[in-house]
Design a protein around this ligand. Structure first.
Ligand SMILES: [Ca+2]
Length: 302
């Protein structure tokens, strides 16, 4: 057999044997999902389609807190208030310590005279994955200080030189969406920051976004657990949610002129979510169609 003929046959053989089927799937937090598979039990349900995550629907069970300049706050449970501090504060965190497992912080800077505006925000997915969001930047972020450019289209696992992180990110109508395995989702826009929380966080989220438990009356709960009367202009409550990281040294001192809010005699009410459904029922990251009650189906408690 001529060498050229042999080479042709080898090429033909290689072509047959190297022909492999391509398995299309989507990944999140180290788990592969086949086409048609859904990532549920988060604030947005994603479906794997041709190897790409696509948004199917936003979960009505989730609550969200919004902060927009200059700045106005609407808590998870629906209390609206204003606060013009210019320090670094915790918006939401999974315990009341100074080093929570999961948290969203934001720096505020003076603007419009006596007001303050959103500055650098931080999404602490867990103690080892820290996302930094710069004001007005909606196409990139830093993950553990490394720049990550969010592709213009598609939903992607956030990956840096250290590997993939338990985060999905995508661009959405001029905003940046970041979904964490913690079941916290952050929407970062030019002048608005929104935090979405899955019901499993009920009774365990505090900060300037209020104590999340479906009751508005205890939303202004300070870091020390004191429940204060609802007001549109709180002072001591937001001061209590300063973080240990304060670029402005004047923020490191305790506010001595901040008037204290009136303390209520009540304590936190038990969230009905804990009564109606075991947390493990909504705790799985792959639950599809889990019997999660919506706020409309929850009983009214007075
Ligand atoms: Ca509340």
């Amino acid at each position: 057999m001529k060498p050229s003929t042999l080479r042709l046959r080898l090429d033909e053989w290689k072509g047959r044997c190297c022909r492999t089927s391509v398995w299309e799937g989507c990944e999140f937090d180290g788990v592969m999902y086949p086409n048609g598979g859904r990532l549920a039990a988060h604030c947005v349900t994603l479906e794997c389609s041709r190897g790409q995550w696509v948004v199917k629907e936003y979960d009505d069970c989730c609550v969200h807190c919004s902060v927009y300049n200059d700045p106005h706050f609407t808590t998870f449970d629906g209390h609206y208030y204003d606060f013009h501090g210019s320090c670094n504060y915790s918006l939401a965190q999974t315990d009341t310590s100074l080093s929570p497992h999961t948290a969203v912080y934001s720096q505020f800077k003076p603007c419009f005279g006596h007001a303050s505006c959103l500055d650098t925000a931080t999404f602490r997915e867990n103690p080892h994955v820290i996302v930094t969001l710069e004001p007005g930047v909606v196409d990139s972020m830093r993950v553990n200080e490394e720049l990550y450019i969010v592709p213009a289209s598609g939903i992607h696992v956030v990956t840096t030189s250290s590997g993939p992180h338990p985060l999905l990110a995508w661009r959405d109508h001029g905003c940046l969406q970041i979904l964490g395995v913690s079941k916290i989702m952050v929407t970062h826009c030019s002048n608005i920051l929104e935090i979405w929380a899955f019901p499993t966080h009920a009774d365990s989220l505090d900060g300037l976004c209020g104590h999340f438990n479906y009751y508005v009356d205890d939303d202004l709960t300070s870091r020390d657990g004191q429940v204060t009367t609802l007001t549109q202009w709180p002072f001591a409550f937001p001061e209590s949610w300063k973080t240990p990281v304060q670029p402005n040294y004047t923020c490191r001192e305790k506010c001595t002129h901040c008037p204290a809010e009136t303390r209520t005699t009540g304590n936190h009410k038990i969230s009905p979510i804990r009564v109606l459904v075991p947390l493990e029922a909504v705790g799985s990251k792959t639950v599809i169609g889990a019997p999660v009650p919506t706020p409309e189906t929850l009983p009214s408690v007075h």
